[in-house]
Design a protein around this ligand. Structure first.
Ligand SMILES: O=C([O-])CC(=O)C(=O)O
Length: 206
């Protein structure tokens, strides 16, 4: 993992989001299967037609270790984009995480794999494999544009996308935001009088 990605991995998505004005977060329905999952990596984008996951298999074959497979399945929640077999292959190929604006199946078996999957939930039906769909193209996932190579970070709160050209800049802003939040917490924790002053200030009653 390169140094930039490693540093993003150590930051909460909330701080990264704040650094970007909250404008680059995937739909909040896209959540980790386990709240302890966190990841950062480069996007390997996948675009599939509703109900077909052939291009997801193609992506597994093309991925470099640590890549994040980000799938645009148009928000479909009827057919699974992956089950435990497909997610198991991702794990074996050392992919960093799966992010999808849809659903998976074999929920408990996937949880047992301890592989970070971020999705809208689970379903029963599998996808077809007609061989259509694309990898490494610009996509829309969860309401956000994702380009191949963008930095993707996920944790218990959701998934945020950092355009690759803005990585260094966003990292500086996110770290600055964390420092300010810590200073603020220090200033008010356990101090009712300070809290009253803060509330008055924020509600324009000062
Ligand atoms: O093969 C599929 O597309 C889905 C599935 O059942 C699995 O991954 O186990």
């Amino acid at each position: 993992m390169n140094a930039l990605i490693q540093q993003f991995r150590d930051l909460p998505t909330t701080a990264i989001s704040d650094a970007m004005g909250g404008m680059s977060n995937l739909d909040s329905a896209i959540k980790p299967l386990d709240g302890d999952y966190r990841f950062a990596g480069r996007a390997l984008t996948v675009q599939v037609p509703v109900g077909d996951n052939s291009a997801v298999l193609k992506a597994i074959g093309e991925a470099n270790p640590g890549d994040i497979i980000v799938v645009d399945c148009k928000g479909d929640t009827y057919r699974a984009i992956a089950g435990d077999f497909v997610v198991g292959m991702m794990q074996t190929m050392e992919i960093g995480a799966l992010v999808v604006d849809g659903v998976i199946r074999d929920l408990n078996a996937i949880k047992d794999l301890k592989f970070p999957v971020f999705c809208k939930g689970s379903t029963i039906a599998s996808s077809g494999k007609a061989g259509v769909g694309e990898t490494n193209v610009p996509i829309s996932c969860g309401g956000v544009a994702v380009f191949p190579g963008d930095i993707i970070v996920g944790d218990a709160d959701g998934v945020v996308v950092i355009p690759q050209a803005r990585g260094e800049e966003i990292l500086v802003h996110a770290k600055d935001k964390i420092k300010k939040d810590e200073e603020r917490a220090e200033k008010y924790a356990g101090k009712p009088a300070e809290i009253r002053k803060y509330i008055a200030l924020m509600t324009n009653k000062a």
